[in-house]
Design a protein around this ligand. Structure first.
Ligand code: DD3
Length: 328
């Protein structure tokens, strides 16, 4: 059996060190992390109100509640079992027989504490939008012409003023600086490559990095023209090179794409391991970077003029705008 590839088998045990360090926000206005206290349990104060969503299959739960007087969303996720942890799991666990029948038996295995971790993501203060985002919702496919973008979508996103403070923190090294995997400082062609929140960096199977561009005025795919080709090619090229060097994953093992609509309006590119079926990687939302580049090469105004389709959740404000405009 071929050994499973691990992040730390490719010359970077720094990765696991980083992931182990508990990080706590030290409020200084921009929400940037300035100190690094070890595992103070801020969640002991969490007063839960509702479970927004849970999935037995994904082993996740999204909980809404209060941290002090602020709204908070806490996401809990059981992490995959690491192959290099198996030996300790077999030797160091408590085992309780549940049933035995013929050659079959099931047990309740109680792992040692260090093997029993749950990934916890905290959004605090959480807005109404965060709360809505994690509630289970039906979606509708929207058809957006170039005109619809100008008259409906653009005014909507400008009015919303979605905060991308966390993106600016990354670009300015006020947060996650030690997580940066590659950076190109060029103001025009530059970007920062780092692991997405969703990836705990413990195994390559669910590799998920994002490239955040340095230019701050590119909201989405719709803003791209042929003048951005050098930027896109730079991200594609250097992103693939870096992932090969650092994680041993060839370009042929990568799904590199943009979202439309994106979840934040600052241009970024997703890098997943192929075969990792992450929400948002389907045809109704993902646009392969390779295709985006080709389309812009063929038509400099491709994304300004084409009709684009995307799903929106029933409670999404933009869906209401399309309905009001009689476009749904
Ligand atoms: C987000 C989309 C945004 C909840 C959650 C995530 N990768 C991020 C802040 C820092 C990050 C991300 C919004 C927000 Cl769980 C609401 O994502 C982030 N840092 N996707 C990284 N590395």
């Amino acid at each position: 059996m071929a050994p499973k590839r691990r992040t730390d088998s490719v010359g970077s045990d720094k990765l696991s060190q980083i992931a182990k360090k508990a990080k706590t926000d030290n409020e200084n206005g921009d929400g940037a992390v300035t100190k690094d206290p070890e595992s103070e349990n801020i969640l002991s104060e969490f007063k839960m109100t509702t479970v927004l969503r849970d999935s037995a299959r994904e082993k996740t739960v999204f909980v809404h509640g209060k941290l002090g007087d602020q709204d908070a969303v806490v996401i809990l996720e059981k992490t995959p079992i690491r192959e290099d942890a198996l030996a300790e799991l077999f030797t160091g666990s408590k085992l309780k027989l549940e049933m035995k029948n013929d050659i079959y038996s099931t047990y309740r295995l109680q792992p040692p504490p260090q093997q029993n971790a749950i990934k916890a993501t905290v959004v605090c203060p959480a807005t109404e939008k965060h709360v809505k985002k994690y509630q289970r919702q039906e979606s509708s496919l929207v058809k957006e012409t170039g005109e619809d973008y100008k008259s409906i979508t653009l005014p909507y996103i400008e009015k919303q003023s979605f905060s991308v403070q966390w993106v600016h923190n990354i670009l300015e090294k006020k947060a996650e600086a030690e997580r940066i995997v590659y950076e190109d400082p060029d103001p025009e062609l530059g970007f920062v490559l780092l692991p997405d929140f969703k990836w705990d960096q413990k195994q390559i199977d669910d590799l998920y990095l994002i490239a955040i561009v340095r230019q701050r005025d590119i909201k989405s795919l719709r803003d791209l023209t042929s003048k951005h080709l050098p930027l896109l090619q730079n991200i594609f090229q250097k992103g693939k090179e870096t992932i090969l060097q650092r994680y041993g994953l060839a370009a042929s093992q990568l799904r590199v794409y943009l979202h439309y609509q994106p979840s934040y309006y600052h241009l970024h590119v997703h890098f997943n391991k192929l075969g990792y079926e992450v929400p948002g990687c389907g045809v109704e939302r993902a646009h392969l970077l390779a295709d985006v580049i080709q389309n812009l090469e063929a038509d400099p105004e491709y994304y300004k003029t084409r009709t684009l389709y995307f799903p929106l959740r029933a409670d999404h404000g933009l869906l209401g705008q399309f309905t009001e405009a009689g476009r749904l």
